[in-house]
Ligand binder design. Structure first.
Ligand code: NAP
Length: 410
């Protein structure tokens, strides 16, 4: 096997060598536990799928607590540069303090690398305990805008000059004089741009066009209340659908006005739903939705809600995509109370690795991971989160689950 080489890009196309160098961030909290369990699974999957002709050369990059300890910085510039240069990477969760302290490193990475689409496929694996009667109906992919919305980090703490200046601007210059209560106020700004919206919605529509089992793309917004931000997201989303795809994409209005609700087999249908309604629709009309495209905060809430239906955060994968760039990461956070206990479920990270492999065109390795993982779950050899809801299950540690997945491959 040759030594590792970088993934390169030519004309927006990735060139993947047989031994690509892939940077990884272990992550805070349970990050070290799940990485230790998942990495051997990734290596074994590549070995099994390609019989030794391909391999990954992993290179660790630092972020979070480990980076702080070793370099004095939470997100060293070298980490950002290495991830940018290598194009494809994978990360564990990073802790963000609430109310004070540093801003989210996860958000910073997505913004600095312009990974504008956070994609979270939520699909059911047979045998997983779920609170739903028909969990297999859940097969949705959420596309969450990753670089703007209230996550842009434009906010002022109560009592600061900045907060008072913004209050004065809103009250005096814009005439909203009764809108903000007197006394201390924290203020944030929610930018939603045409550019950010359209590139995200394009990704969602392209995904639906490329996948035969995905016909509906739903724009999820709160545009009835936030008219000029979430409402604009909806309007710009429809503009993309109507102006850029010809007959390949129709809207829900056209579907009912011209086709009595019967979608053409080869077209994608774009519709929209208000976010609060959508949170119930994913439970009550699960099989009617395929791809959901939405602003940042809606995407954060909705992907966790979808994940709950297929067994919870222990098995909910995700990845962030930019132009010729991918950083895979599970949906869950650093679950600090379980850190170092070799306890939590590493499936979400393993399935995030599948997304990374698929992006590289290594679909066979991705399939091998799914086979090994599904077989282990069907043998009822599972971590605590599944064991507590699965009669007759054998409780495995995080690392034991990883070993079982490897044993069950191929
Ligand atoms: P969390 O870390 O996702 O954990 C919430 C709960 O989800 C856990 O208590 C556990 O539930 C379950 N869970 C999470 N990961 C699991 C796994 N691998 N296996 C089994 N169960 C799992 O959410 P949080 O406690 O709200 O956030 C902790 C920190 O993570 C915060 O600092 C937050 O900002 C950060 N965070 C980071 C990311 C990221 O890096 N992308 C994402 C979200 C949150 P039970 O205890 O009920 O079993």
């Amino acid at each position: 096997m040759t030594t590792g080489e970088r993934i390169t890009v030519e004309d927006d196309t990735l060139h993947i060598p047989d031994t690509p160098i892939i940077p990884y961030i272990e992550g805070d909290g349970v990050g070290a536990d799940i990485w230790a369990a998942a990495r051997p699974v990734f290596d074994a999957a590549v070995e099994t799928a390609y019989d030794g002709t391909r391999a990954i050369e992993w290179t660790e990059v630092l972020a979070g607590e480990k980076a702080k300890e070793r370099t004095g910085e939470l997100l060293p510039q070298k980490t950002v540069e290495t991830l940018r240069e290598h194009r494809v990477g994978i990360k564990g969760p990073l802790t963000t303090p609430v109310g004070a302290g540093f801003r989210s490193l996860n958000v910073a990475l997505r913004q600095k690398l312009d990974l504008y689409a956070n994609v979270r496929p939520t699909y059911y694996i047979d045998g997983v305990p779920s609170p739903m009667k028909n969990p297999e109906q859940m097969n949705m992919v959420t596309f969450r805008e990753n670089t703007e919305d209230v996550y842009a980090g434009i906010e002022w703490e109560a009592g600061t000059e900045g907060a008072e200046q913004v209050r004065a601007f809103v009250e005096e210059q814009m005439g909203f004089d009764e809108t903000i209560h007197d006394g201390p106020v924290g203020i944030g700004i929610k930018p939603i741009t045409e550019f950010g919206t359209k590139r995200l919605v394009r990704e969602a529509i392209d995904y639906a066009l490329e996948h035969d089992d995905k016909q509906f793309v739903t724009l999820v917004h709160k545009g009835n209340i936030m008219k000029f931000t979430e409402g604009a997201f909806r309007d710009w989303g429809y503009e993309v659908a109507k102006e850029e795809y010809g007959d390949e994409v129709i809207t829900e209005d056209t579907l009912w006005e011209e086709r009595d609700g019967d979608p053409p087999a080869d077209a994608v249908v774009v519709n929209d739903r208000i976010a609060d309604n959508m949170l119930q629709q994913v439970q009550t009309r699960t099989d009617q939705y395929d791809v959901l495209a939405m602003p940042n905060l809606n995407g954060d809430y909705l992907s966790d809600a979808c994940g709950a239906q297929i067994g919870g955060l222990g098995i909910a994968p995700g990845a962030n995509f930019g132009d010729a760039a991918c950083l895979a990461e599970p949906v869950h956070g650093s679950a600090n109370k379980y850190a170092g206990q070799d306890k939590v479920n590493p499936s979400a990270l393993m399935l995030s690795g599948r997304l990374m492999f698929e992006y590289m065109g290594w679909n066979e390795a991705s399939e091998v991971i799914l086979e090994g993982l599904a077989k282990t779950i069907q043998q009822k050899r599972v971590t605590y989160d599944f064991e507590r809801n699965l009669e007759g299950a054998e409780l495995l540690q995080c690392s034991e689950f990883g070993q079982a997945v490897v044993e069950n491959m191929g």
